[in-house]
Design a protein. Structure first.
Length: 460
């Protein structure tokens, strides 16, 4: 087998350099990061919420439609965003970090069909590149997306929308490819399911399509509205975002703008639940309280006291939480992205609580991890049954996915003793500076790097 070579600056092939690189790569692999939580302290103080992951992602990809510079503010420092910028750089975008949360994104010279397959498959939000490439170039080719594993996560509604806009869509060899003779053309689309991803993706493609598009049975989440607001700031003509009918009058082209992403309602909700679970008192700043109404209402049912301000909420736990039942629903219902964290809280409540997961068929992998900590929790069909009230005990656990990872972190913060959480890269996909933020609230929590026994065994 011929070894691939590396070309050095002065043109020499350096196979030693390559083997050194491989050695470093192997060494990198045999280390893993963990979070160690020495729990039991009530969280107290103030925490500042970062920009919304699920709004920032579509807005970053939507900037592909723009010939010119967009200044995007309040971008969270999380790995899904770093990967997305890497994907855009790979297709020709110029991206500059202006300060910790502000980026200048210039997609003037991007081209379609060039995105890195391996990066695209790491995250879910990369599917927005399909709508953006189709809208700008009339064709697109992007690998199938990845993201958290909740069972089957189809993209048939995205495809239905692109086809309605005149695209011929092919999914073969791990790619989604869209072609069209005349570019995207407006049409009326009735979505069969309320899908955040499909609504935003088709809205992005339709923003610069010829003619008018009406999206019916559209998702109403705040991030749908935020993406529409961003596109409108760039010159798009979108109305109705936030209701179930969105009207998009296609415009010829979009111009650059400065836009600040909304705060992350799920990060905020996670800190609210953590405050309640640890018996703490936390003010959560830089939020939009309206986005948190369903979470606030449920936490009040469990006995927490919640004071609302213009851009903050203060959560004070009132003794042991009370049991309750939750059903996840599209916005403004209780978000599926808060289900695992709520389960962790209800493990502390006396009596039996139920969580009915109506959005994703299999968002339950975290349950096994809470059981390792002694929780009496099981899954019955799509319902999580929690017999709460017995104290949890620390155990080595893993982050099964982003929100499942936050659930075990909340359980660990509320449990006396040392809990060790592995696979924390899944938590870092969506929580900005999570350890530092909890530490500032008085938690004893640290991130450590240690050898990975499985990889060391393999290397030997
Ligand atoms: N669905 C279809 N066909 C489609 C698209 C969706 O049947 O073409 C179904 C899904 O299987 C699911 C339901 O519709 O049963 C809703 O899925 P949706 O499309 O709304 O979810 P998504 O776009 O895949 C986004 C967020 C998720 C969040 C959901 C629901 C991003 C990148 N992801 O996913 O965020 O849970 O909406 O609000 O925005 C997270 O942040 O932890 C996360 C998983």
């Amino acid at each position: 087998m011929v070894e691939p070579s590396v070309v050095t600056k002065n043109g020499h092939y350096a196979s030693e350099m390559l083997s050194q690189f491989r050695l470093l790569e192997r060494l990198g692999n045999i280390y893993m990061e963990k979070i160690i939580v020495n729990g039991g302290n009530p969280l107290c103080g103030r925490v500042e919420i970062s920009g919304s992951k699920n709004a920032a992602l579509p807005i970053i990809y939507a900037s592909v439609l723009v010939r010119g510079k967009c200044i995007l503010e309040n971008i969270p420092a999380i790995s899904d965003i770093a990967d997305s910028f890497e994907i855009l750089r790979g297709i020709g975008a110029k991206i500059r970090l202006l300060d910790r949360t502000t980026y200048e994104v210039d997609c003037t010279n991007v081209g379609p069909g060039k995105s890195n397959y391996d990066l695209v498959r790491k995250i879910r939000g990369s599917y927005y590149l399909l709508g953006a490439e189709f809208g700008r170039f009339g064709r697109a080719k992007v690998g199938l997306p990845g993201g958290c594993n909740f069972g089957v996560r189809p993209i048939d509604q995205h495809i239905k929308g692109f086809e309605a806009l005149g695209g011929k869509v092919n999914t073969e060899g791990g790619y989604v490819e869209i072609e069209s003779q005349r570019g995207a053309e407006g049409n009326n689309i009735f979505f069969d399911v309320e899908s955040v991803g499909a609504t935003i993706n088709v809205m992005i493609a339709a923003a610069t399509a010829e003619g008018t598009t009406i999206l019916d049975n559209a998702a109403k989440e705040p991030h749908v509205v935020d993406c529409a607001n961003f596109l409108n700031t760039c010159g798009a003509k979108i109305s109705g975002a936030g209701s179930d009918v969105i009207k998009i009058r296609g415009v010829k082209e979009l111009h650059g703008c400065t836009y600040a992403i909304i705060p992350d309602m799920i990060e905020a909700g996670s800190f609210m639940v953590a405050a309640a679970a640890t018996g703490g008192s936390v003010r959560i700043d830089n939020i939009i309280p309206k986005h948190l109404e369903s979470i606030t209402a449920k936490l009040e049912e469990t006995g927490a006291e919640i004071e609302e301000f213009d851009d903050a909420v203060h959560v004070t736990a009132n003794g042991k939480p009370r049991r309750t039942s939750v059903k996840t629903l599209p916005y403004p219902g209780f978000p599926t992205d808060m289900h695992p964290q709520m389960s962790a809280l209800l493990c502390m409540a006396d009596g039996v609580s139920y969580i009915n997961e109506s959005i994703f068929e299999n968002r339950f992998r975290y349950v096994e991890e809470l059981r390792r900590m002694g929780a009496r929790i099981k899954v019955d069909g799509r319902i999580v049954v929690i017999e709460g009230g017995n104290p949890l005990t620390p155990a080595p656990v893993i982050a099964t996915d982003l929100r499942g990872g936050m659930a075990v972190m909340i359980a660990a913060l509320a449990t006396e003793g040392k809990t060790e959480i592995s696979d924390i890269h899944l938590i870092e996909r969506g929580y900005d500076e999570v350890c530092a933020k909890f530490r500032a609230l008085g938690a004893d929590i640290e991130k450590i790097t240690c050898p990975d026994p499985v990889e060391i065994k393999k290397a030997n």
